[in-house]
Design a protein around this ligand. Structure first.
Ligand code: PMV
Length: 328
């Protein structure tokens, strides 16, 4: 059977950076993310005896060898659940550049989990899909429910999954994904980077405790509809993640000049009463969390800055699902 899955990228507001169990991909702390409607992956999977080996292709940019291996390993997980040995063909496409810190692994493993499980006739629940996606890439667990979601640390494979949480609708939340031209940061995989941070950053354990507190602060701000308090947590979390990264050996410096320039522009806007907040994952690109009323003024500001490749304007994205758009 051939099936196509669609899953959206997500940006972490409270960040995941490190595992308590490497094998099971159980995170050190819970995390919260927003799914992005304009950044997604489509993946078509077909299991058929006509394939003697798994065939894996990413349209446009192509996969690196290690990425192909990760996809095949994920197919093995699905085959194990379905109790089959049939090989598969996988074709995938991102509608946004597969660049550092753009969470293509989140939407990628989200779409692959949905497509591969459907293609071998499995009917997994959202929670089961989130667990499956997590095994491919931690942040992918949050691309399954979409919306604003929390990924629980869990103590077993089945108990570490993501589900949606409420947020104030009246915020009309938008995320501007600001892609930097300078992507020269040295490529260390997130898996490797996290393990290095856990092993070497003197602030690592402190950071984990902070993240747990920040989840509570974020929830309180959302319950109270307090946008300013919400934004403060978002930026605190950005600095928390990157202070851990920067104090890792070797130092993981994901920011570029443009990254900091955008931070400074957001501070200036705030002085004028426009509350837009920044956050950054493992790359130089900036995500700006803003209410719809302020989108145009932030965009105008960004247009004046050199070194930005493109700005993608996103609303909160939906859950991952099977779609009728086969790629082969
Ligand atoms: O799941 P991974 O390996 O793509 O790691 C994601 C790590 C961050 O994007 C930096 C933080 C997060 O919570 O998404």
């Amino acid at each position: 059977m051939k099936k196509t899955g669609k899953a959206h990228s997500n940006i972490a507001l409270v960040k995941y950076w490190g595992k308590q169990d490497e094998g099971l991909r159980l995170p050190m702390n819970p995390s919260v993310a927003i799914a992005l409607d304009e950044a997604y992956t489509l993946t078509t999977v077909e299991f058929d005896t006509k394939y003697s080996e798994d065939e894996v292709e990413l349209l446009g940019e192509g996969f690196e060898e290690d990425e192909v291996e990760k996809v095949k390993k994920h197919l093995d997980r699905v085959r194990k659940i379905a109790r089959i040995e049939t090989k598969a063909k996988v074709v995938s496409k991102n509608n946004f550049p597969k660049a550092a810190g753009m969470a293509s692994s989140a939407s990628g493993f989200g779409a692959l989990s949905v497509a591969a499980s459907a293609a071998c006739g499995l009917e997994l629940s959202e929670r089961e899909l989130s667990v499956l996606a997590r095994n491919g890439s931690g942040s992918a667990s949050r691309s399954i429910p979409g919306g604003v979601s929390v990924w629980y640390t869990g103590e077993t494979d089945e108990s570490s999954y993501a589900e949606r949480i409420d947020y104030p609708d009246e915020w009309n939340l938008r995320v501007l994904l600001v892609m930097a031209e300078d992507t020269s940061a040295k490529k260390v995989s997130t898996t490797e980077g996290m393990a290095l941070s856990k092993a070497t950053s003197p602030y690592y354990n402190l950071g984990v405790e902070e993240a747990k507190k920040n989840i509570e602060r974020l929830k309180i701000a959302m319950n109270n509809g307090d946008w300013t308090a919400f934004g403060k947590v978002v930026e605190d979390e950005c600095y928390r993640l990157h202070s851990i990264c920067m104090t890792t050996t070797p130092n993981l410096l994901y920011w570029r000049g443009i990254t900091i320039e955008i931070f400074q522009e957001m501070y200036k806007l705030r002085e004028q009463g426009v509350e837009a907040f920044f956050t950054v994952d493992a790359g130089p690109h900036v995500h700006i969390v803003v209410r719809s009323q302020d989108v145009s003024i932030v965009k105008e500001k960004l247009e004046k800055i050199n070194g930005i490749k493109t700005v993608i304007d996103c609303k909160i994205g939906p859950s991952a699902q099977v779609v009728e758009e086969d790629l082969f």
